[in-house]
Design a protein around this ligand. Structure first.
Ligand code: 0X9
Ligand code: ZN
Length: 449
């Protein structure tokens, strides 16, 4: 009996050691539970030849706890990494020894994080403050308790969606499309005036990657713009088309970035490795899944999952979109950062047959964005502009769901703040993006179906 007990204990210990050692030298700091980023710096590296690129790739195994904010895949493409204070000297020595050029993008990550702190005023108090100062004049939907001057928690976003649907039932409806690993609802809001005639629709999601906070904030802004449009009478954006908004596609991950680890990217599913949670949802979609630019290692930031569409969040999205693919004519997924307007494919450097049309429409969108505050976007296929990364939602939307116009938008900025875009840029980012989206909507409503 004792022997069996001992043997089991030894086996357990062995398993733990094995899991720890295989759980990656490459396990990054964002995957761990880091709560204070004081002294963490972000470096921008400029690999100029294949050898530089190889060295940058192996930084992970030379320097512990480095977190890649962008991926080292293409020469000429910069790579941003976050380095903990204890590893800073080692990292710059490593780069200097190999004569690889770099700049310091962010001196102290914690300082930026402090600027992002979310202090949610309780809903009721919030409403009272709004009515007290009669903000109604400036904010047409004051009682809906949403703003674009700070980043919000999931429940605030969901409450906002619910209120929009309650107050404007003729143009808005909340649909729960599934549940997450941790049991949260995955909520879509459908917008558009109800009619008996067929209308084309556009799908817009945000927050597939948990730490890209500007993305859900921008999507909720679009909802608000349609609410405002409905208050102003008739609008072709509501009368001639429908919208499906999924502001937070990865609710568990999003909440985790608010409560525990700001730099978390994946969902929060338990994996085959006891020590590493999360699947990269943007590697989990099922069109040429896991054929390049994704990982089989559960500890990796770009872990593709055990199989295509293995994740509840991916399943919910693909089931819903597939069942509406006769109306959904455009698929837009918002990420950050980089100011890129990306078209499929992300799994191959080949370009789609209709690339010319996709590019033309993207140019319209990018021009509309630029016309607002001068923000410039780079347009191209994901693989060619960025890097190869298979299992993305955009590839699936086009390749599997048959939605011709499928885009990934990497919102502001180009790396000055990266994922930590200060709240005072939310409004401008959302405003300019909305102009870009409207340019697409104009096209959508002008096509004969
Ligand atoms: O790597 C990604 O998933 C996206 N970039 S991010 O920095 N937001 O993580 C780009 C995805 C582009 N689309 C495909 N590769 N399919
Ligand atoms: Zn992303």
């Amino acid at each position: 009996m004792l022997n069996r007990y001992k043997r089991n204990t030894v086996l357990m210990l062995l398993l733990i050691v094995l899991q720890t050692t295989t759980s990656d030298i490459n396990q990054t700091s964002s995957a761990r539970h880091v709560t204070n980023f004081r002294g963490y710096k972000v470096l921008r590296i400029f690999p100029k030849n294949p050898q530089d690129l190889r060295c940058v790739l192996t930084i992970e195994s030379h320097v512990r706890n480095v977190d890649f904010w962008s991926e080292p895949r293409t020469i000429g493409q910069t790579v941003d990494i976050m380095v903990p204070p204890g590893q800073f000297t080692q990292t710059i020595n490593y780069l200097n020894d190999r004569k690889i050029h770099f700049d310091i993008l962010i001196e102290d990550v914690q300082r930026l994080l402090n600027m992002q702190k979310v202090v949610e005023v309780p809903q009721q108090l919030n409403r009272r403050i709004f009515s007290l100062f009669s903000f109604a004049k400036f904010n047409p939907t004051p009682t809906l308790s949403m703003s674009w001057t700070r980043y919000h928690r999931l429940n605030t976003i969901y409450n906002y969606m619910t209120r929009v649907a309650e107050k404007f039932p003729d143009v808005a409806k909340v649909i729960t499309i599934g549940k997450t690993y941790e049991g949260r609802q995955i909520q879509v809001i459908k917008m558009g005036r109800q009619t008996n005639k067929w209308k084309p629709a556009i799908w817009i999601d945000g927050g597939i990657h948990a730490r890209e906070w500007i993305s859900p904030a921008t999507v909720t802004f679009m909802i608000e713009q349609l609410v405002i449009a409905s208050l102003q009478g008739s609008s072709k954006y509501l009368d001639e088309m429908d919208w499906y908004f999924l502001p937070v596609a990865n609710p568990d991950g999003y909440e985790y970035t608010h409560t525990s680890s700001r730099m978390w990217r994946k969902n929060r599913a338990v994996t085959s490795n006891l020590f590493c949670r999360g699947v990269d949802l943007n590697r989990n979609f099922g069109h040429f899944w896991n054929v390049g630019g994704s990982s089989n290692r559960p500890c990796a930031e770009d872990y593709a999952g055990p199989s295509a569409k293995s994740e509840l969040e991916t399943k919910a999205m693909t089931q819903f979109i597939s069942s509406h693919n006769t109306t959904i004519k455009m698929y837009i997924t918002t990420h950050s950062y980089g100011q890129l307007w990306l078209t499929p494919w992300g799994y191959t450097s080949k370009i789609p047959n209709d690339y010319e049309e996709l590019h033309q429409l993207a140019t319209r969108g990018a021009q509309a964005i630029k016309s607002v505050y001068g923000t410039t976007y780079t347009i191209g296929t994901s693989t060619n502009v960025l890097y190869i990364a298979s299992g993305g939602s955009d590839d699936w939307a086009k390749g599997a769901a048959g939605i011709k116009y499928s885009y990934t938008l990497e919102l502001r900025d180009r790396g000055r703040y990266g994922f930590l875009l200060p709240p005072n840029q939310i409004n401008q980012t959302a405003r300019e993006t909305w102009e870009g989206i409207k340019a697409l909507a104009d096209f959508l409503t002008s096509v004969k179906y």
